[in-house]
Design a protein around this ligand. Structure first.
Ligand code: NAP
Length: 292
């Protein structure tokens, strides 16, 4: 059984990005990422902090914009508009979820699609479906595909089952893995809460991907002998023995499932670190597309 090391692969991606940043700096070019946080949600604050920290470690320009929870839709749209026109900013990310009074869909649509490094704007969603290489692909699906590529896990002709149909993970990942070309050409099934005989559907998978948001949901009876399992889940569970009273677990019951797999991602240390790495990579792509 191979343990897929997302930390190592993410480091490799970030090293590639650092090399590109050095080459761009020699040409006087400096890609920049703006991260907008509205409100005080501790998990969102932590995500934003690590994105900005990664930029700093790479010597990449970043702007962290922290707005009060009471920020209005109108004020947030004005911030996005300013960033759309800021020549030093190539990627814009508004951390999800915003406070409930904010219409997230309208905010995503206000971001210039050329700076939409999260890949959530309808123009980029359509671009992915149309297999337009210039489209931005959401970072977590891109990270999952990169892990499969780095570990030479063939997707061509493979039966892939994805549990979860969100616009952040399940749907874009399905489009990515069924697209023509390297890292694609898979036969993809997308399962969800209304799926009949979910364990049976999952047992058909050569590659099983869990993006559900339920700790330890995928047990050994979901998994065919020798399958590859990618666990996207990030769930907090209470743990009195942990320093902060909780620990992070995936959607897969790792102890039960790992012995049946040919390869599996751990949580933490699997898909999680890939998401930030692909965000940086998407920001470099944005700068390239804007400046040529
Ligand atoms: P989401 O929007 O809540 O979607 C969850 C999906 O799981 C839905 O399609 C839902 O089906 C399906 N589901 C829920 N219960 C199910 C059940 N009993 N049987 C079958 N399907 C079921 O979640 P998400 O944003 O995609 O995130 C999924 C997980 O990935 C979460 O743990 C999240 O924290 C994690 N995540 C990790 C990263 C990362 O960087 N590694 C990034 C994003 C998300 P319905 O559509 O029918 O409701």
């Amino acid at each position: 059984m191979t343990l897929i090391d997302g930390k190592a692969v993410s480091q490799k991606v970030l090293t590639e990005c650092a090399e590109k940043l050095t080459r761009l700096a020699a040409q006087g070019r400096k890609p920049g990422l703006a991260v907008v946080l509205v409100g005080e949600d501790p998990a969102s604050r932590a995500y934003v902090g690590s994105k900005v920290k990664t930029c700093a470690e790479l010597g990449m320009h970043s702007r962290k914009i922290e707005l009060k929870a009471a920020t209005t839709q109108h004020e947030l749209l004005a911030v996005v508009e300013e960033l759309n026109y800021d020549p030093d900013i190539h990627g814009i990310l508004v951390q999800s979820p915003p406070p409930p009074h904010i219409d997230e869909t309208a905010i995503v649509r206000a971001i210039d699609p050329r700076k939409d490094v999260d890949g959530f704007h309808p123009v980029n969603v359509a671009g992915l479906a149309l297999e337009d290489g210039a489209a931005f692909v959401p970072c977590t699906p891109l990270g999952c595909q990169r892990l499969l590529l780095e570990y030479s896990i063939p997707t061509e002709g493979a039966r892939v089952v994805i549990i979860g149909r969100s616009m952040i993970v399940g749907k874009p990942l399905a489009l990515l893995l069924m697209a023509k070309g390297r890292g694609g050409n898979a036969t993809v099934t997308v399962a969800h809460s209304r799926c009949r005989d979910l364990p049976g559907v999952c047992r058909e998978a050569d590659i099983l991907i869990a993006a559900i948001g339920r700790p330890g949901f995928v047990t050994s009876d979901f998994v065919k002998e020798g399958a590859v399992v990618i666990d996207v889940g990030i769930n907090r569970v209470d743990d009195a023995s942990a320093k902060n009273g909780y620990r992070i677990v995936g959607d897969v019951n790792f102890e039960e499932v790992a012995p049946k797999c040919s390869a599996i991602t751990p949580v933490p240390g699997g898909v999680g670190p890939m998401t930030i790495a692909m965000l940086i990579s998407n920001t470099l792509k944005a700068e390239r597309l804007i400046h040529g």
